[in-house]
Design a protein around this ligand. Structure first.
Ligand code: ADP
Length: 400
């Protein structure tokens, strides 16, 4: 069974064709600059890249180009679109319309249209891409949401303390994001820990990348997470501010004469590592600047580590204990330094890192970096959001 996973942004479309028998990626690619100048697709197969440049007005043009590449006589992987058994779509926000992945029928399309405004930069693009796929390839489509894994959060964790009727009218509350990643790495952790006869009921998963979020996973289910109604809440990130006093936002807007949209751009794109350090949103560049004595880069780094530690502590309290901490995402998988800053000096919580194992953990691979006598396991687990989407798509299609 071959499943195509697509992840559409407002001007981009990423895809992977996955053979599900061995869960192997056959080929993948990224279409960039859809609807703007310079549009192209970079298609990758067997370690080689093929770039096709041409104007692409919309997601239908983009998806037509993807199909041309997939079926190309020289470097294509399938001879006809009929070989695709199903298409799985990443959708960022489910609102309260969906709590799990869903087969796409007319009713689902209607609900997706209704919730599109909840994530104005992402959901409309996914919907446009979904409609293009449905018009071009005759196969089942499934939507998989970033928010779905967090739908098990209890009300006390997910509600904001605003007048309840406003929540009812707007559905504004905490939803959480990176759900496919938190689900994947927590399930992998549970499998590993169970095979070792170790407890796995209370896990904190730290997805640390350009966007970062932390989730408390109790008995395999999310009970709390750091991102909110939007991915802005929670930790300091590459360019996002994370938590900030809402009244301070109002004061800032007044002080700088900023309109609401400008303020949103300021908090999402100009803050975080970039804003505090003045150096870069990129974690590696931040670390280089620290090594060159940059104090503001160090401040941004220290804020990041401190906030992660606080969240681990508060989630241990929320779960009534802690069995494992998992690091994933570009920073979590590769950053021995931040893992040490977070998980070193945490023996009071039962966390004991093996410094050598942590330092030598190869980026992009599974590693157990806990000391032998650590009560809490510290794991590095590469995430695979596309595989989660493909698995859920397969599961749903098989029940049709
Ligand atoms: P996204 O959230 O866009 O998916 P990623 O998960 O790919 O991002 O993470 C990107 C971040 O990972 C960047 O800040 C980058 O500097 C950081 N990163 C990548 N490789 C390393 C590394 N070897 N050491 C430390 N940080 C790294």
């Amino acid at each position: 069974m071959k499943i195509l996973v697509v992840n559409a942004g407002s001007s981009s479309l990423k895809y992977q064709l996955i053979e599900m028998t061995k869960e192997e990626v056959i080929c993948k690619g990224t279409v960039e600059c859809i609807g703007i100048e310079g549009s192209k697709n970079t298609h990758k197969v067997n370690g080689k890249s093929y770039v096709v440049e041409r104007p692409l007005a919309d997601h239908t043009d983009a998806f037509n180009l993807v199909m041309e590449c997939l079926t190309n006589k020289e470097y294509g992987s399938i001879s006809s679109p009929n070989e695709i058994s199903a298409i799985g779509h990443r959708v960022v926000h489910s609102g309260e319309a969906f709590t799990k992945s869903s087969y796409v029928d007319d009713a689902a399309i209607k609900k997706l249209e209704e919730i599109a405004p909840l994530a104005p930069l992402h959901n409309p693009a996914s919907l446009a891409c979904l409609k293009s796929c449905m018009s071009i390839v005759d196969c089942p489509n499934v939507v998989v949401f970033d928010t779905a894994f967090h739908s098990t959060m209890p009300d006390k964790a997910k509600m904001y303390a605003i007048p309840y009727e406003d929540y009812q009218a707007t559905k504004i509350r905490k939803y959480g994001f990176h759900g496919t990643s938190h689900k994947f790495v927590s399930q992998e952790a549970i499998k590993y820990l169970s095979s070792k006869g170790k407890p796995s009921g209370k896990i904190v998963t730290c997805h640390l990348g350009n966007g970062s979020s932390i989730t408390a996973v109790k008995d395999g289910k999310c009970i709390d997470t750091s991102m909110g109604m939007t991915p802005l809440e929670g930790l300091i990130m590459g360019t996002r501010a994370g938590n900030i006093d809402a009244a301070a936002v109002v004061m800032l807007a007044k002080a700088k004469g900023m309109a609401l949209d400008d303020m949103s751009n300021y908090l999402n794109k100009k803050s975080g590592f970039l804003g505090v350090s003045g150096v870069s949103s990129d974690f590696r560049k931040l670390c280089e600047a620290i090594d060159n004595g940059n104090e503001r880069a160090k401040l941004a780094y220290d804020m990041f580590a401190y906030q992660i530690r606080k969240l681990i502590g508060s989630y241990a309290v929320a779960m009534g204990g802690l069995d494992a901490v998992v690091f994933t995402g570009g920073i979590g998988e590769n950053g021995a330094r931040i893992r040490k800053s977070v998980a070193g000096d945490m023996e009071f919580l039962g966390i004991k890192l093996d410094d050598k194992l942590n330092e030598s953990a190869p980026g992009g691979s599974f590693a157990d970096v806990s000391a032998k006598d650590s009560k809490v396991s510290v794991l590095v687990i590469p995430t695979n959001e596309e595989l989660v989407i493909a698995r859920e798509t397969k599961e749903i299609v098989e029940t049709l």
